[in-house]
Ligand binder design. Structure first.
Ligand code: AMP
Length: 455
């Protein structure tokens, strides 16, 4: 699945693409559509799974789409609580990166630094606050922050917040935010009392579980070379010989071109093989095995087989020919940067391929940088056409698979009927009426005080 299917807005697609994110991680794929719709989330997942973007991206999008004036943005609308100073800084940086084209403002508040200095540096009209519970309650006690306008609350690494003795602070915050807000609850572990606490503060949450270590999303740096068709092979040799390229997958649109490049590579002492529909199954498997074992430096392939190519640590993908469909570009470049390693996707674009490049940029949501600093750069591309890709916003809705309408629904259910908004509101009220339970710092429940007085 590409980010395109998640119906993200242009400013966010652009920053994700610039970060080299090509595909959402499993938790992003599952959580983003629900958070965009305003649903509560119970997430059992650790850092390293792409969790931060899973909540930061839809929060940014929902706030951006409100299009409030500066005056209406006087108080924060999103609050993220995290257990440590380090995680708080990291989450805040992620908001800055993903939100850099949204115009929204975020700030981090944590202990160990003078409060006044922190407040002064964040300034007026912060939309998103990321804070440790201790520092936040200090600020609340001193009247330095208002939580009246909070619409979405994230508890990140909730289990750690309890371990660190933040239960009391958390309860203060929960009392101070408005009653009917969206709550996103993430915890690496979910012992029964944690689940109880979560069910007290969440309304019909969607439950999402992502096991640790399942995430290997690619980070890919993309670049374009403007080159005439006749110079493409020269540019190819130039790059392979000049740059440190360990293992290269070259995409062409024609089998004969693939065979020709392989022949030339081998003549120059660069071990290579071709991978296309005319090669026998046996031959293809041999080529892949040799590449995996490091006996080949270059594979030249056509699109037909691109999805089956899964070679760890493939350092570069080169589009010798621009693909015939923009979507193929995503599949092609997704071959590099596997296993979480950094990868490079370089595309050779002749004058006639400019239109395809623009369509790819539209799909990507940002302009791919053009490398001009090489001996085969040509300006002929600019003579007839001006490079003005117009970003398009896809308006069709993402297809949602809804979970079961149980207290803690699972993602795998098929028979779930979406509770209408009124039903969610009713449920919120019912939860408010429930005799709620406070979790003490030791993790034990103490009956009586509400954890979160939802009205
Ligand atoms: P997190 O679990 O949020 O701490 O993210 C772990 C790492 O994965 C961070 O370095 C992110 O920049 C990176 N990351 C998150 N989402 C993606 C994605 N869709 N593609 C590539 N890298 C990602």
């Amino acid at each position: 699945m590409s980010f395109e299917k998640l119906n993200l807005i242009e400013p966010i697609k652009r920053s994700l693409a610039e970060e080299g994110y090509v595909m959402p991680t499993p938790i992003q794929e599952q959580a983003i559509p629900y958070i965009l719709k305003g649903r509560d989330i119970l997430g059992c997942s650790q850092t390293g799974t792409g969790k931060t973007a899973a909540f930061a991206v839809p929060i940014l999008q929902n706030l951006y789409l409100e299009k409030l004036s500066a005056d209406e943005r006087e108080h924060p609308r999103a609050l993220i609580l995290s257990p440590t100073r380090e995680l708080t800084i990291q989450i805040n940086e992620s908001f800055s990166i993903y939100g850099k084209y949204t115009g929204l403002k975020n700030a981090a508040y944590y202990g160990g630094v003078k409060m006044l200095a922190q407040l002064q540096s964040s300034g007026y009209g912060v939309d998103i606050v990321v804070a440790t519970p201790g520092r936040l309650t200090d600020m609340m006690n001193q009247g330095k922050i208002s939580l009246d306008k909070i619409q979405v609350l994230v508890l990140d690494e909730a289990d750690k917040m309890f371990d660190l003795g933040f239960a009391e602070d958390l309860n203060k915050v929960l009392q101070a935010v408005p009653k009917e807000i969206q709550t996103l609850f993430f915890s690496a572990s979910m012992p029964p009392d944690m689940a109880q606490f979560a069910s007290n503060i969440l309304t019909l949450p969607v439950r999402i579980e992502v096991a640790a270590g399942t995430f290997n999303a690619p980070k890919i740096k993309q670049a374009i070379y403007f080159v005439s068709q006749n110079d493409k092979t020269k540019l190819l040799f130039h790059l392979i010989e000049e740059e440190e390229m360990k293992s290269v997958l070259i995409f062409v649109n024609d089998k004969k071109v693939a065979d020709k490049i392989v022949e030339q590579m081998n003549q120059r002492g660069i071990p290579s093989r071709a991978l296309h529909g005319k090669k026998s199954q046996n031959n293809r498997e041999q080529s892949l095995a040799k590449m995996k074992e490091g006996h080949l430096k270059v594979l030249v392939a056509t699109d037909v087989l691109s999805r089956g190519i899964d070679i760890e640590f493939l350092s570069h993908v080169i589009n010798y020919d621009m693909p015939r469909e923009p979507e193929s570009y995503i599949h092609r470049i997704g071959r590099t940067g596997r296993a979480g390693a950094a990868g490079f996707a370089l595309s050779f674009c002749n004058k006639n391929e400019m239109r395809m490049m623009e369509r790819i940029e539209q799909l990507n949501g940002f302009k791919i940088p053009i490398i001009v600093n090489h001996p085969f750069h040509t300006n002929e591309h600019y003579s007839n056409e001006i490079r003005t890709p117009k970003p398009t916003v896809r308006r069709e809705k993402a297809k949602i698979i809804e979970p079961e309408a149980e207290a803690l629904p699972t993602m795998n259910s098929t028979e779930y009927v979406e509770p209408v908004e009124d039903e969610i509101k009713k449920q919120r009220r019912r939860i408010v009426k429930k005799d709620q339970t406070l979790i003490s710092e030791s993790g034990k429940k103490t009956a009586g005080k509400p954890v979160k007085a939802k009205k």
